[in-house]
Design a protein around this ligand. Structure first.
Ligand code: SF4
Ligand code: SF4
Length: 74
């Protein structure tokens, strides 16, 4: 079963990479050197990245299930 929560990265990300190093599942990466990005299929919403972000811009949120598309989790 898919995880119910997911990390959401705020727009103010400064691409420091701390969250990327902290994630035990390799769900985070720095996209084009600009900001952190979450790979939705890997993230389990554990919150480890949220705790280390110096800018405090990571939020752990409930995933939204899109009706009639059970596999499409955001
Ligand atoms: S919530 Fe956990 S699994 Fe998801 S990106 Fe953050 S550290 Fe990785
Ligand atoms: S720890 Fe925070 S500021 Fe640093 S890359 Fe991750 S989301 Fe961006």
């Amino acid at each position: 079963m898919a995880a119910k929560k997911i990390a959401i990265i705020g727009k103010q990300c400064v691409a420091c990479g701390r969250c990327v190093r902290e994630c035990p599942l390799g769900a985070l990466s720095i996209y084009k050197g600009l900001r952190a990005r979450v790979e939705a299929q890997r993230c389990v919403g554990c919150g480890k990245c949220e705790k280390v972000c110096p800018a405090a811009i990571i939020e752990i949120k409930e995933r939204q299930v899109i009706p009639n598309a059970e596999k499409a989790l955001v």
